[in-house]
Write a protein that binds this ligand. Sequence first.
Ligand code: CP
Length: 310
Amino acid sequence: MRHLLSTDGLDAATATAILDTADELKRTLLGREVRKLPTLRGRTVITLFYENSTRTRVSFEIAGKWMSADVVNVSAGGSSVGKGESLRDTALTLSAAGADCVVIRHPASGAAHRLAGWLAETGTSVINAGDGTHEHPTQALLDAATLRERLGGLEGRRVTIVGDVLHSRVARSNAHLLPLLGAEVTLVAPPTLLPVGVESWPVTVSHDLDAALPATDAVMMLRVQAERMHGGFFPSAREYAIAYGLNETRLKLLPEHAVVLHPGPMLRGMEIASAVADAPNAVITEQVRNGVHVRMAVLYHLLAGEGEKS
Ligand code: CP
């Protein structure tokens, strides 16, 4: 594997290999005082973020460092992007400076694919850390890792993804990855927050959260992305929270074994009540923890061993 740009097109064997590696890394590092493996010594990973991030950026940095790679963080605000340098020139500059891998987050859908095209003649790999409303493949992989761990597998498991699907790269990546791994995915959203073409996704669509919850093994709440709603928000925030927010009353509709996920950052009181976010069956902190091991696994599959590059 040379790049990780999307889950759409990823095959089940590759996804499973990444998840198995992440599990093994987690087991290996569990309880260790010094969490450092020599695997990527001498490799350089550059994170290039044009949008804000806490979880993704920090976990890629930790993942690289725990595998002994040199990790350099570049944000658009503190770089020559602020002087008008193009994304292409920035990418070629980072590659020329010695990047074995560029981890990019960008507000434009398709930015990671463009970067991979521009770097085709170099040895630099590209990881998509979120491009516009398109994809966030490592988030879906860490969600899958958490679901496998908590539900004992994904085959036949029913996952309900709720909320602002229209603007959610997390929903899109999960809508491809989870069915690939055997799960049945239902998207629950108001009609105004569903993308055109959702009928072609391998999922079921519903507008009724209360009806979906009793037949759910895992419910994934999505953040309402106000920053991408330039034309306003319909339904209103209050209407949204009433119809689509996961509150304590709705939590009781879930089977006892069901878990609650959220990719973060959460808007407590909007898509998820504070008491639900902190409930015993919420696995939101575990998702973050698994994110480090999954990103270590992705770096391993891309960068360990020259022979695997094509
Ligand atoms: N889930 C996620 O991508 O979070 P950040 O924006 O904090 O990276």
